[in-house]
Design a protein. Structure first.
Length: 78
């Protein structure tokens, strides 16, 4: 599970065994978890985050979208 980014209490990472899915990022904080597609940025799954916090996470992803995509492409070679 390569960690790509840390912002505050959030850890942004992807699983190494998911190369056949579209580019996406997993986000954890404490026991909460979410998954966002990267192109376009959109929520794929949420376990416990509030709508307000999801908007905050989406804004972080949009701010760092280029870095996240570079990490995805660099790791999976796409």
């Amino acid at each position: 599970m390569p960690t790509v980014l840390r912002v505050g209490a959030y850890r942004f990472y992807f699983y190494s065994h998911e190369p056949n899915e579209p580019p996406h990022i997993h986000i954890d904080r404490d026991n909460l978890s979410a998954k966002f597609w990267l192109e376009p940025v959109a929520l794929a799954r949420n376990i416990g985050f509030s709508a307000k916090e999801l908007r905050k996470i989406q804004a972080i992803i949009e701010e760092h979208q280029e870095t996240l995509m570079e990490a995805w492409n660099g790791y999976f070679g796409t």
